[in-house]
Design a protein around this ligand. Structure first.
Ligand code: ADP
Ligand code: MG
Length: 321
């Protein structure tokens, strides 16, 4: 198969057509139209074989995850997704692999009405770069730098740290996990919180998605906003599998330190708490209040007994080791 056969067979018609795409795959550039009154939110992420995924990972789940982690960045800004570009570097033109990858990719794209509008295909070590584009009302995006002292801190989802726990299982460092399938799903099939992100435009002062760990990503909000935080460890929503792991002597900080959750962490003014929680309940979004923004710059974790406290642990950093 030539590069051009791959493009026409697997990329050119992989996703639905949107009316704001004047010209899609096939020319030197795509031609795209941003709606009046909107800003373009743009984000890029790369997944490298051996770093972000194992070589024998199911290509279908990888196609899903590659898109999911990019859409998660749009969610964290409150943007509605529109277009995506895909740069694929493949060791060989393994058609079956590309076919499976695009099945996972296309299914998630269809769910969120995202169109693949271009990309690049090259030969080399397996690596996947995606650039996602979305729209957000002008000057209304959810940024990291606007949390206020007294705001309540919330997190989405019900199983913080489970992707990290799944990784420990995959690496053979934890062998007694209950609900293996559930854990693996959290790692391989993350769901970008796009509807939640857009709903938050009306309420949140700041937001971020959890890619490096709840503690590390909240740290970004605190640094950018010039504030500190108190976190109630006992409020962090955990799965039965995570509770079991901690009870059996596992790292009780894992829900704070594990990456790859792709949930949203965000801040809500105290005065809006009831209005916000009512709206979330009505819209079916699972969110939990886990702390409060404080003055200063430290993040204090108030442990289960309500007494002891410590500095939050940090998350994953590619350049730390
Ligand atoms: P050029 O040489 O002009 O850069 P290419 O030969 O790289 O063009 O690509 C031809 C067309 O196919 C372009 O419109 C490009 O955006 C698209 N394309 C190439 N690879 C991919 C891919 N992996 N996913 C989506 N579109 C792709
Ligand atoms: Mg090119």
């Amino acid at each position: 198969m030539s590069e051009f056969d791959l493009i026409s067979r697997y990329f050119a018609n992989a996703t639905a057509s949107r009316s704001d795409v004047a010209l899609a795959i096939g020319d030197d550039c795509a031609l795209l139209e941003v709606p009046e009154g909107m800003q373009l939110a743009v984000s890029m992420d790369t997944l490298v074989c051996g770093r972000h995924f194992v070589p024998d990972v199911d290509p279908k789940s990888l196609g899903h995850k590659a898109l999911a982690v990019n859409l998660s960045d749009l969610a964290a800004m409150g943007a509605s997704p529109a277009w995506v570009m895909l740069a694929l570097t493949l060791p060989d033109q393994e058609e079956a692999w590309v076919e499976q990858f695009m099945l996972g990719f296309s299914a998630l794209a269809a769910e969120h009405n995202v169109q693949l509008v271009g990309g690049d295909t090259t030969r080399g070590h397996l690596s996947i770069s995606l650039q996602a584009h979305g729209f957000v009302p002008k000057d209304k995006a959810l940024r990291r730098d606007a949390a206020q002292v007294g705001d309540l801190i919330y997190v989405s989802g019900e199983r913080l740290g489970d992707a990290g726990l799944a990784l420990l299982v995959q690496q053979g460092r934890y062998n007694e996990a209950s609900d293996l399938d559930g854990l693996q799903r959290q790692l391989d099939w993350p769901q970008p919180r796009l509807e939640l992100g857009q709903a938050l435009l009306e309420y949140a002062t700041a937001a971020i998605d959890i890619s490096d760990g709840l503690g590390a990503d909240l740290r970004h909000i605190c640094d950018e906003s010039g504030v500190g935080a108190s976190l109630y460890a006992g409020h962090i929503p955990m799965s039965a599998a995570m509770k079991h792991y901690i009870k059996a002597g596992g790292d009780e900080n894992l829900p704070l330190s594990a990456g790859d959750d792709y949930e949203l962490v965000f801040t809500i003014p105290l005065d809006d708490q009831i209005r916000f929680e009512t709206a979330m309940h009505e819209q079916g979004h699972k969110v939990t209040m886990i702390g409060v923004i404080e003055s200063g710059n430290s993040i204090t974790v108030i442990s289960h007994d309500g007494l002891s406290s410590s500095e939050a642990v940090s998350g994953y950093d590619h350049f730390k080791d």
